[in-house]
Write a protein that binds this ligand. Structure first.
Ligand code: PMT
Length: 401
């Protein structure tokens, strides 16, 4: 589900040092097949030439209300009408002040005044300018008029100061727009997604784990959130950031994941267990660092709780989805897991296949349902697989409702 495909995004670029990040955002938007139309203010042209934005957006750049790109159109009215959204980045204190006061003194401010499309601002400026009562008041005015904002980040500022005011990164702008345009078809659902590996500690410095990165689970959590669900991400030791997910419960071991899952379970409508949970743990974890000797070493491992099996046994209303990570006889083993864990469906992936399973951005999966039906999927991005999993959950949820 590509929410940005064919969307007309008008980007108003102002004169601020964060302007370079807009190029990254445009590149990502174009990869998602959005149509990007750039308006540059005069000050913006002091930082980067229009040619760069023309090349990145693959469209002419709009510069002046009296020098239209296409003479057939009244440019600001045309842009205002075709826009599915207007993004202003970097939104400088000056342009924010003009828009808050209804100015139409350049192509960008005139377009904003003329549009009925949502306007999203990504402010970027020095902390003192951001915290100046004038800017604060202008931002309040715009919020009260339903303008939308990407929050600024704190950090090292171009002027040498340290503080708030850094404009959102290109990826954050892209993610915001992706979420903004995604249809909220899972609104009202609460889902628990587990992701990443758990660990089985040996001593305070060593542990046993597996190759899971958390990418699969994070993709599911992110898409569920974008689609309007309330998401709890139960995260093992992820090797990625869980960016944009507000409710993340971090655990290390299978026992910790089990306790957290049990607590949340009664409140959720669906559980997707994509975590690679340790099946074994040490019977006795060493309290201090184990000293090596000249001899070989044997460790006694005992079973961890099977979380999904427990959830299957205590199912009330929940839709339960498991994953099966196998290296052979995928279909056979996955089917057995549906029954033993009382699942609605399972997502089976052969973790020995090229570009599938652990660590990759792509996966190759077969979805097998409790009634024996199955869907064999080709190689795809994990976010695409996430959407297919969520589509199937949505269908089951509708049946229950
Ligand atoms: O994180 P990535 O790098 O993106 O990799 C993704 C993945 C390969 C980890 C993912 O696609 C995947 O296959 N996850 C399941 C891994 C796994 O533990 O599979 P399993 O076949 O051993 O377990 C079956 C199911 O039981 C799984 O849903 C698992 O979460 C669950 N389980 C397993 C053991 C246990 N003690 N409790 C459980 O709940």
């Amino acid at each position: 589900m590509n929410s940005l495909k064919n969307k007309n995004i008008v980007i108003g670029v102002c004169g601020g040092i964060a302007i370079y990040k807009v190029l990254d955002a445009i590149s990502r938007l174009r990869k998602a097949e959005a149509n990007v139309h750039v308006i540059m203010t005069k000050d913006a042209q002091e930082f980067i030439k229009p040619l760069t934005f023309m090349t990145m957006s693959n469209n002419p750049v709009h510069l002046d209300i009296f020098d239209p790109v296409d003479e057939r159109f009244v440019e600001h009215i045309h842009l205002a009408k075709i826009a599915d959204a207007i993004l202003i980045a970097p939104a400088t204190a000056n342009t924010i002040a003009k828009i808050a006061n209804g100015f139409a003194d350049n192509l960008l401010t005139a377009t904003v005044l003329a549009t009925k499309a949502p306007v999203i601002l990504a402010p970027g400026m020095n902390s003192n300018m951001l915290n100046n009562p004038a800017t604060i008041q202008n931002l309040e005015v715009l919020k009260s008029r339903s303008f939308k904002f990407l929050s600024t980040n704190s950090g090292f500022l171009a002027c040498g100061d340290y503080g708030d005011g850094r404009m959102a990164e290109g990826i954050e702008i892209y993610n915001y727009l992706d979420e903004f345009f995604t249809k909220k078809d899972l609104a009202g659902m609460k889902v628990l997604v587990s992701a990443g590996p758990t660990i089985a500690p040996i001593d305070p410095v060593r542990y046993i784990t597996n190759h899971s990165s958390g990418k699969m689970g994070y993709a599911i959590a992110k898409r569920a959130k974008y689609r309007g669900a309330e998401v709890v991400l139960l995260a093992g030791k992820l090797s990625i950031e869980a960016e944009g997910i507000d409710n993340v419960i971090r655990v290390d071991t299978a026992d910790e994941m089990f306790e957290a899952a049990k607590e949340i379970y009664p409140d959720v409508d669906a559980v997707i267990m994509s975590a690679a949970v340790s099946d074994y743990k040490l019977e006795n974890v060493y309290e201090d660092k184990m000293k090596k000797t000249g001899d070989d070493l044997s460790l006694k491992l005992i079973r961890t709780p099977d979380i999904l099996k427990y959830l299957g046994e205590h199912k009330t209303k929940q839709i339960l989805v498991g994953f099966a990570a196998e290296t052979k006889d995928l279909h056979h083993y996955a089917k057995a897991k549906i029954e033993s864990k009382n699942l609605d469906f399972i997502v089976a992936n052969n973790v020995k296949s090229k570009d599938a399973g652990f660590g990759h951005d792509t996966n190759i999966a077969e979805i097998i349902f409790e009634n024996g039906e199955n869907i064999q999927l080709p190689k795809m991005q994990k976010v695409e697989l996430a959407d297919i999993i969520l589509d199937n959950i949505k269908n089951l949820y509708k049946e229950i409702d």
